[in-house]
Design a protein around this ligand. Structure first.
Ligand code: ARG
Length: 463
């Protein structure tokens, strides 16, 4: 930046390395739509308040709209010598309309300007992540609906535990994603206050109307305290925390897809469009997309840590450190957006293997809980019933049989109250249907949950 911009105190130009070190336009130029919107709201308010003439304001607005069009056409020349997005646009304005351009910055500072731009940018980014999440939820709802009758083992400790439905498992992912969505929107809601008018940190002597600019930009209200408005970035911490949690969820989903697509599980086959081969092993189809989703979590969690450390110990109000907020925030949003889009495609195009899932139900003695429940429902204390079922599992294991293959005498030896109805309880489909509790895997609860999810998605798409 030519030192002329800072006024008479500077005799020397900024050192080249210092200039390169402090320029941020490469990163912050993507704030241009918010920067222009913010400037237009500001200048209109200045005219309404008679701080600027209507004539100057008109000129400025027209100039900014022209710059918007040039940027949209990809013809704007961003100049690192002009430091950041704000100075680039203001310089272009003054070049285009002359003296009036120099009046735009009346009653404003880059400190409240950048804080406003970031709030506007992040607000829309949060809404767009919510839309991305809805797309993934829709893909999951479709898969769940198409696979209500695919039964599979549910796992604890990655050991086959109890029978469930694929749809029930997919709906568990949906619940995680629903919470992620509401967290992101919650952050968007809380950040929706306007810093404009806080100026450098202590407001301004001009008779501005903060409520008017807040309203013009869709903010709920002006921020309460000008020092806080320019000095804090907790709105970014909150948004990126929500993204980090979402990323961790996506990573867990991705990990299950990686496991399930292995030869060992064989529950799912990813489509060719979402797998890659190996350059050396011709037999391979690798689940790279979910692996990358899992791997990219580090970037998003890293962005959160980056922001937390940047803010820790920072005195109020604005410090140049805050310029470093943009790269991690943009990267976190871009990464989560991509991960959601890739998972949506990968899941929508995946094929589940009904036979392999059902087969996995028949080893691992998943019926053991059914045996214990059968006894407990006939008055045997559950702890004792559990012990008896365990001895039967042991017996089956020694004989290389399933619980259903043991003869009734073996059951009777374990406990006198056993009769042939115990075998009905061992059927896996029956075992699932008997879990007839809200939130459970019985068919009626699963289909109800899918319907409710679809209903929510429809309402949201309509709104
Ligand atoms: N590029 C700066 C940032 O992103 C704009 C604010 C500059 N303010 C200042 N006092 N130097 O933080």
């Amino acid at each position: 930046m030519s030192k002329k911009a800072w006024g008479g105190r500077f005799d020397e130009e900024l050192d080249a390395i210092a200039a390169r070190f402090s320029a941020s336009v490469d990163v912050d130029q993507r704030l241009w739509p918010q920067d222009i919107d913010g400037s237009i709201a500001h200048v209109r308010m200045l005219a309404d308040q008679k701080i600027l003439t209507a004539k100057d304001a008109k000129k400025i607005v027209a100039g900014l709209e022209k710059i918007r069009a040039v940027i949209e056409r990809g013809e704007f020349e961003w100049d690192a010598d002009k430091e950041d997005v704000h100075m680039n646009i203001e310089a272009a304005l003054t070049e285009a309309i002359g003296e009036a351009g120099g009046r735009l910055h009346t009653a404003r500072s880059r400190n409240d300007q950048v804080a406003s731009d970031m709030r506007l940018w992040t607000r829309q980014a949060c809404h767009s992540i919510a839309t991305d999440i809805d797309a993934l939820l829709l893909a999951l709802a479709d898969k769940a609906e198409a696979h209500v009758d695919f039964v599979m083992p549910g796992y604890t400790h990655l050991q086959r535990a109890q029978p469930t439905r694929l749809a029930h498992h997919l709906l568990a992912w949906c619940e995680m994603l629903e919470r992620d969505r509401s967290r992101v929107l919650d952050a968007a809601k809380r950040m929706n206050e306007s810093p404009l008018g806080s100026a450098a940190l202590a407001g301004t002597t001009f008779p501005i109307d903060r409520a008017a600019t807040a309203e013009a930009l869709g903010f709920d209200r002006p921020m309460q305290n000008s020092i806080d408005a320019v000095g804090d970035r907790d709105f970014l911490l909150e948004a990126v925390s929500a993204l980090a949690i979402c990323s961790v969820h996506l990573s867990r989903v991705a990990e299950e897809l990686v496991l399930w697509s292995s030869e060992e599980f064989g529950f799912v086959q990813m489509s060719d469009a979402f797998t890659t081969g190996s350059s050396i092993m011709p037999q391979k189809k690798n689940p790279d997309m979910p692996e990358l989703v899992r791997g990219k979590t580090g970037r998003v969690v890293g962005a959160l840590v980056n922001l937390l450390v940047m803010l820790k110990g920072l005195p109020l109000a604005y410090n140049r450190d805050l310029q470093e907020d943009k790269a991690p925030v943009f990267d976190a949003f871009d990464t989560v957006h991509d991960c959601l889009a890739v998972l949506t495609g990968a899941i929508a195009s995946a094929t589940f293997d009904k036979a392999r899932m059902a087969e996995a139900l028949h080893t691992g003695h998943l019926a053991a809980t059914e045996v214990a429940d059968w006894l407990a429902s006939r008055g045997v204390p559950f702890r004792e019933a559990h012990h008896i079922a365990a001895t039967l599992v042991d017996r089956a294991h020694q004989l290389g049989k399933t619980l259903a293959e043991l003869p009734l005498e073996t059951y009777r030896e374990a406990h006198a109250s056993f009769d042939a109805t115990v075998f009905d309880a061992l059927d896996m489909e029956t075992a699932i249907e008997r879990r007839d509790v809200p939130g459970g895997p019985a068919r009626n609860h699963v289909t109800k949950a899918i319907d409710e999810l679809r209903g929510r998605l429809e309402t949201r798409r309509g709104s």
